[in-house]
Design a protein around this ligand. Structure first.
Ligand SMILES: [Fe+2]
Length: 191
């Protein structure tokens, strides 16, 4: 009997190699003082600190974090080619998030973008999982058993140096940071 697995949701993650992580951290440290003077609070009714300002999200360009773009764009290209087979996407938005104690991000999508990515610059691994939710409403199942047919959400712990790539329309959220450390991540949108 044929079984069609329809409407799959691709979520890709990769750990960047050590030289990439060192370069990105070096470029971040060079700009750290200027970045931290430009953090905003309450941008999305969430309580994290971020450089996000609608229509002005040129974080990588503004603070010379080109190392991150150098390593992220080929991964996004691979992901895009696997999904769409033709055409191309380019980085058009990037911003940094500082998530301190008791801070979180509510469920959201990245409207106006095709592929999104997030890179974990600083994390202790316990400062809030990223959770992906079903992109189709009505999929919230009462008894998730943890397989591809029944789960109603999937969470991944953050890991320093790890890059997640996912379609921008996939709803996602970030859990409360219950630790005393501030987690730092950089988000990127491609279209
Ligand atoms: Fe997001």
């Amino acid at each position: 009997m044929p079984l069609d697995k329809l409407f799959a949701t691709p979520i890709f993650h990769v750990d960047l190699p050590e030289p990439a992580r060192v370069l990105i951290e070096h470029q971040y440290n060079e700009a750290k003082e200027a970045i931290e003077m430009n953090l905003n609070e309450g941008t999305w009714c969430d309580n994290i600190r971020t450089t996000f300002v609608s229509g002005e999200n040129d974080f990588i360009e503004r603070y010379n974090l080109f190392g991150l773009e150098t390593f992220t764009s080929p991964v996004v290209k691979y992901f895009h080619d696997e999904l769409f087979k033709s055409g191309e996407v380019k980085l058009f938005e990037s911003w940094i998030n500082y998530q301190g104690k008791h801070q979180h991000q509510r469920q959201h999508t990245h409207h106006g973008s095709i592929i999104s990515a997030v890179y974990y610059l600083k994390t202790n691994g316990n400062d809030g999982n990223i959770t992906f939710h079903p992109p189709v409403s009505g999929m919230e199942l009462k008894d998730p058993s943890g397989d591809e047919w029944t789960y109603s959400m999937v969470s991944y712990p953050p890991k320093e140096g790890r890059l997640f790539v996912f379609p921008s329309w996939v709803p996602h959220s970030v859990g409360d940071n219950m630790t005393d450390d501030t987690r730092i991540s950089i988000a990127m949108n491609y279209r």
